[in-house]
Structure formats: C-alpha cells, structure tokens
Design a protein around this ligand. Structure first.
Ligand code: NI
Length: 179
C-alpha cells in the first residue's frame, strides 16, 4: 500500500465533477487500498478520490478510525455511491476536511440517508445510515460533485474560515523553511 498525495483547497481538482467507475477490478482495488491507507495516515474519517487527484466516483470512510485498537476499525469502500433517499429531519455537526487542514465549521445535513453503491468486490449494496456515518457519507458524496463543506455555510463564516486557512498554510510553509 502507498500513501497518496493529498490535494488541498484551492486546488482545481477539488471542484471537478467526478466520472462513474465502469469496472471494479484489481487495479481499482489497489487504488482503494491506497486511499484507505492515506485516510488513516492523515487521520481522517473519510476520503474522496478527487482529494488524491483522481476525478472518479469513489470514497472510503471509517466512522471510527482508531489508531490504538486496529480491531475497532470499520473501513468502508463505496464506488459510484448515490443517495437514493434522505430524511426531512436535519442535524448540525461540526465538520472538518483533510483538504482544508486544521479548520472546522458547523454544517446542516440530513439526519439519515439511504445510499446505493458498489462495494470492494463490485457488488451492489444499499445502506441506511444515521449519526456520524450519514454525515460522512453526505460530505464525501459532495466531493464527487466538486462541492466542499464550506459551500454550505454563510459567506461571512466562509470568509473567516478561509482567512484562517491561509494563515495556517503560511505558518506551515514557514515551519518547513525553518526545518
Ligand atoms: Ni472532505
């Protein structure tokens, strides 16, 4: 397995609409393994293919990406995921994203969603998700449309968050220069 390069805001690849996958083969499974490894290394609970520069409809996730007890991990691979039903009830949750490092903001999402997808073996599956899993699914499926969580917050909050993000990038760059 390999850790892939992570693309960060404002990279153009994060704004592309992703293409459907037509074949689940060994090459794709190899890529899924690399995506999962990258997600765990970067301490995320979800990752979409455009975040590693690939504009295909693929996501990996784990609502409990535990480092201490690997047996608690619950990785999921979803190919061509599609929300086929969502609840009217909404919930607020403070979200982050590996492509906008060190930032968080409260986003409104459907409390429950039903998602249809192809699994690791190319078999069609459907799940009814709630809680954190429902939120991760909506966040990651957004990525496949080129949508980021900051698109769901007010302009004022977005401006503040992006200012903080730029400051973070600047500080990170200086740390590298000093190293
Ligand atoms: Ni994200």
């Amino acid at each position: 397995m390999a850790v892939l390069k992570l693309y960060e805001y404002p990279d153009e690849v994060l704004r592309q609409k992703c293409q459907k996958v037509d074949k689940v083969d060994d090459a794709l499974r190899h890529f899924l393994d690399d995506m999962l490894e990258t997600m765990y290394v970067d301490k995320g609970c979800g990752l979409a293919a455009p975040q590693v520069g690939v504009t295909k409809r693929i996501i990996v996730l784990d609502p409990n990406p535990s480092d201490e007890d690997l047996s608690l991990r619950q990785p999921m691979y979803l190919i061509n995921p599609e929300i086929v039903w969502s609840s009217d009830e909404m919930v607020l949750f403070k979200e982050g994203c590996l492509s906008l490092p060190d930032q968080r903001a409260e986003v409104e999402r459907h409390e429950k969603v039903r998602v249809r997808f192809l699994d690791y073996n190319g078999k069609e599956q459907e799940i009814l998700a709630d809680d954190l899993l429902a939120i991760i699914l909506q966040h990651e499926i957004d990525h496949l449309e080129g949508v980021l969580y900051i698109d769901h917050i007010s302009r004022l909050k977005r401006t503040r968050l992006l200012n903080k993000l730029n400051k973070y990038y600047h500080e990170r760059e200086q740390e590298c220069d000093n190293a």
